[in-house]
Write a protein that binds this ligand. Structure first.
Ligand code: AMP
Ligand code: ZN
Length: 472
């Protein structure tokens, strides 16, 4: 497989370190707010990468962190704690905020048919390991203390900017947020490994450490979680392009200083989804979520289809018009597949593909192996649907095969409409349950919930009332 490597800035032949297992790490979400559809674009392409690797025969172990510890608006020692900001906004504890948005994230990725990572690790579950890691760096002379915080000294590493290829001056302006100068740093790019002091008050998540009560810096979680779960070296590290100049650069600096080894073989980055206002970002407060698309009547998988029509290394300018045309094309595709399916005998009878069919499979695979050209892979699918030399049975067999990567529910039966009587019944039951709860008859309330669940209806209690949805 050919894969672009940010580190070498070229397309390379992919060869894993251990031929039997691809070790892969994905920077996970910050959970102080919903994921926006830009974040989700990155996760969709990462899903394609993982599924392509599996499709072509590799075993994959993929690890993802959940950034549930509050992080500053910027890398500098100022700004506001994001988790605390979310908690204040919603009148919840920081832990509740983290749990709520973690659940929301997993619900989003499930709707997009994104496979969950094999290991999902919460940043706050690794505090002792961070402390050990920082102690190790301290012993090797990579750190210094200033104003109560432990900093990493970037002048101690050779070729600190090897990932971005920038010079330090360029880096200053390429930082994720507007980095104001922290007077305690020796160099502007130095970063905090452990905070005991910051300019804002009331940091809610704090732990004891040899340097005082405080909390870890942002970059450390990915280094430590990957070392613990994937070992000292891995094949692919993924994330959005915004992570190149600071987050991933700092991850490399500290990890390679700690182990003395090259850490990651291939650095993989997905380009941004941009909206009319330019970059979509969580901290700006205004962004599009998957539930907003759903509220507007879009099927989440139309968004997946939309993303697959773009190349992961190209920016994608979002508009509702372009999403609507993607949905149109997606629904047509589904109905064509349905048509073919209705005109087959049992596709599972096929044990061996014809020569002509094998060609389509090869072509599909070639597109994905060509630095994940999903748009071309979809074209192969469209060509297959038209192909006269291939029987409907074989077409269905191939679509099943392609779906291992595409995951567009092309062969899934549409859910039956829920008829009016059923809706009436559900609403009656919800009403009964509310009354039971009011009368503190929780046993009855739980029994009603269980009964609905049995019928495939899940209830969700929100501040606005009770929502229900079908789960199978
Ligand atoms: P965050 O939750 O902000 O840490 O971001 C989660 C993932 O989404 C990271 O891999 C980011 O690099 C990526 N990301 C952030 N903004 C965008 C965007 N507008 N388009 C695509 N990916 C993004
Ligand atoms: Zn990371």
């Amino acid at each position: 497989m050919k894969l672009y490597n940010t580190l070498s800035r070229t397309i390379e032949d992919f060869k894993p370190i251990d031929e039997n297992l691809v070790r892969m790490y994905t920077c996970g979400p910050t959970v102080y707010n919903y994921a926006h559809i830009g974040n989700l674009r990155t996760y969709i392409h990462e899903d394609i990468l993982e599924k392509t690797l599996r499709y072509i025969g590799y075993n994959v172990k993929r690890v993802m962190n959940i950034t549930d510890v509050g992080h500053l608006e910027s890398d500098a020692d100022d700004g506001e704690d994001k988790m605390l900001k979310g908690a204040k906004r919603e009148n919840k504890t920081v832990w509740e905020i983290a749990q709520h948005y973690t659940d929301a994230f997993f619900s989003d990725i499930e709707k997009l048919n994104i496979k969950k990572a094999d290991v999902v690790a919460k940043a706050t579950d690794y505090i002792n390991e961070y402390i050990e890691f920082i102690k190790g760096l301290e012993q090797k002379g990579y750190t210094y203390m200033a104003n109560g915080n432990v900093y990493f000294d970037i002048t101690k590493v050779e070729n600190y900017t090897k990932l971005s290829g920038m010079d330090l001056e360029q880096l200053k302006t390429a930082s994720r947020e507007d980095v104001s100068v922290d007077v305690h740093k020796k160099n502007p790019q130095d970063f905090v490994l452990w905070f005991t002091k910051s300019k804002f008050e009331n940091q809610a998540m704090k732990w004891d450490s040899p340097w005082g009560v405080g909390y870890p810096g942002w970059h450390i979680e990915c280094s430590v979680i990957s070392l613990k779960n994937l070992g000292e070296q891995m094949d692919i590290h993924c994330g959005g392009v915004d992570h190149i100049p600071v987050h991933h650069t700092n991850e490399i600096a500290q990890t390679e200083s700690y182990t003395g080894k090259t850490w990651v073989k291939y650095w993989w980055h997905s380009e941004f989804l941009i909206d009319q206002g330019g970059k979509m970002s969580k901290s700006s407060g205004e962004f599009l979520t998957l539930s907003l698309l759903e509220k507007k009547g879009f099927d989440p998988l139309s968004y997946r289809y939309y993303a697959l029509n773009s190349h992961y290394r190209k920016q994608l300018a979002f508009s509702f018009d372009s999403l609507a045309s993607a949905e149109n094309a997606y629904l047509k595709l589904k109905s064509r597949v349905k048509n073919i399916k209705e005109n087959t005998d049992d596709a599972s009878n096929i044990t061996e593909l014809s020569e002509a069919a094998v060609k389509y499979k090869e072509e599909f695979k070639n597109c994905l192996e060509d630095d994940l050209n999903t748009a071309n892979a979809l074209t192969v699918l469209f060509n297959l649907l038209k192909a006269e030399a291939i029987s409907n049975n074989e077409k269905i067999k191939l679509i099943e095969d392609f779906e291992q990567v595409l995951s567009l529910d092309l062969l899934k039966e549409d859910k039956e409409e829920i008829h009016d009587e059923m809706v009436e019944y559900i609403e009656e039951m919800i009403q009964k349950r509310q009354e039971a709860k009011k009368n503190k008859n929780y046993q009855m309330a739980d029994a009603i919930r269980a009964e609905l669940l049995e019928k495939g209806i899940a209830l969700e209690d929100t501040r606005q009332g009770v929502n229900w949805k079908r789960i199978n």
